[in-house]
Design a protein around this ligand. Sequence first.
Ligand code: NAP
Length: 449
Amino acid sequence: MMNEIRDAVLGGVSDPACFAALPVPESYAAVTVHADESDMFDGTPSADKDPRKSLHLDEVPTPEVGPGEALVAVMASAVNYNTVWSAIFEPVPTFAFLRRYGRRDPLARRHDRPYHVLGSDLSGVVLRVGPGVSAWKPGDRVVAHCLSVELERPEGHDDTMLDPEQRIWGFETNFGGLAELALVKANQLMPMPAHLTWEEAACSGLVNSTVYRQLVSRNGAAMKQGDTVLIWGASGGLGSYATQYALRGGATPVCVVSSPEKAELARRAGAELVIDRVAEGFAFWKDEHTPDVAEWRRFGGRIRELTGGDDPDIVFEHPGRDTFGASVFVARRGGTIVTCASTSGFQHSFDNRYLWMHLKRIVGTHFANYHEAWQANRLVARGHIHPTLSRSYHLEQTADAVHDVRRNAHQGKVGVLCLAPQEGLGVRDHETRRRHARAISLYRPGTTS
Ligand code: NAP
């Protein structure tokens, strides 16, 4: 049955009735972690927790489609860092999220299972929609963003990220995108950009939406033309999109990376000001407890040297503990440190004198609301922002892909082919693709300027 679905998609069938008539398999292949293995890394140092030990490829039952939901045939997905967190059971096993969600109502109870299907990105084709869904129909080619909300309470009706029942699909809910099928709320769906392949289209949803809110939206740093933006991890998932938003928005990115290859990539993306933090030996802690203020100063001096004297209006933060003190220090008087993560540790330390005396702001941000995600996807569809896919793996190799991201051996985004048998399929608008060919393949190894 799965082959029938795959063949219909690859054969270009677009008639909604044909898709609605395709039988839905009772089970499907999915990348999971298991609840009874949640303690497998107890006592193991964090750096030694290997996602390849905890991730499985299982055949799991297909969930029923509830009101307001859609079942999607997943052609491709992508690895996000949240899959790394799920796979190493840090900071807590994600089964705690599923159990809490399961207590909410009978429909949510479906999510509380002894396995967790991971993944917060997809591109694919709608197979079924539940009662009450009118915006999407079987056969629609879609990508999904990962915001799952209930919106039964007033708090979320200004900005849906403030809904008390806000969850990240495939991380705090089950039935994620690293699978042949996925269950989403229909208000997670967005049109698939027609000039992209399945795997290119699948890799933007989470990071692109996050960066749009973090950097561009009024809910984040509200970047404007002329701003100087310090971007940590500029060739990674978030950073590769942040660099594009800064450049396209008339700002000046200062890109921080950790190798000559990554520095070269940032330059190819159009950044002129690049700091290789490893080559230049930046280390912001003398030991586990003592920040190195001299290093903050040296880093600030290096930024001024590159910018001709400007301090960053915005610091795009996500490494967390290792860098946060330096980020607060180097932001300009009145500047904004906008943070969405703490990869290196979530207990941050900074000298508050540099914050209050210089009237800086720290802004916390998290994913994006539907409107922000839609705006971000529209920029991809229009060829203003491009996917930064560097490599794709097949579904059965997902654990290796996650391992690569875990050890920071990747660049840009890492894709996963689910029902798509190979890379390069799914493009409908070849003319737009031709116009942006170089930008789309920029993060592929072997691409030269
Ligand atoms: P990624 O693809 O691994 O990129 C992160 C980059 O950060 C790396 O390429 C690395 O670049 C840099 N980095 C890592 N550790 C660092 C350190 N100790 N000091 C300085 N730089 C460091 O991951 P991502 O997709 O961009 O995600 C980054 C973080 O954001 C993760 O923790 C993820 O869970 C989180 N996130 C949060 C949200 C949200 O909505 N809240 C959304 C997306 C991601 P170099 O080594 O080249 O410097």
